[in-house]
Design a protein around this ligand. Structure first.
Ligand code: SF4
Ligand code: SF4
Length: 115
């Protein structure tokens, strides 16, 4: 059973966090921004030019990752986080994710995953 350990490793992965059009307004509202403000401040065109994605921190991690120490990672837009994040690791993941995600390495009963 999957058990998210809130390590934040999946959010530190330096790949795109894609945003669907219908996710723009809810995420903007969650941040207290207009859609235009959210797009200006937090979104960019993905490298393959096929989608919008969140901008990244200088270290490649997600701009919305709040790093408060081991086991304390949190998402600033938790209530409205993108589908890509909601479906990790079952429907979306990245090469080698099993090594990065301790949540996939347990048989314990699950808590709600961070992502
Ligand atoms: S939006 Fe939230 S859950 Fe998704 S990668 Fe960023 S911090 Fe992690
Ligand atoms: S889903 Fe996995 S990598 Fe992401 S925070 Fe939870 S345990 Fe860590």
């Amino acid at each position: 059973m999957f058990h998210c350990r809130r390590c934040g490793n999946c959010c530190r992965w330096s790949g795109c966090v894609r945003i669907r059009e219908q996710e723009i307004d809810p995420i903007a509202a969650c941040l207290g921004l207009t859609a235009e403000e959210f797009l200006d401040r937090f979104c960019r065109i993905s490298p393959d030019r096929q989608a919008l994605s969140l901008v990244e921190r200088e270290d490649g991690g997600c701009i919305f990752l709040e790093d408060d120490g081991p086991g304390q990672a949190a998402c600033r837009i938790q209530q409205e986080k993108p589908e890509q994040c909601r479906t990790f690791p079952e429907r979306w993941n990245f090469p080698g994710w099993q090594k990065e995600c301790p949540g996939g390495q347990t048989e314990e009963k699950s808590a709600e995953p961070m992502q």
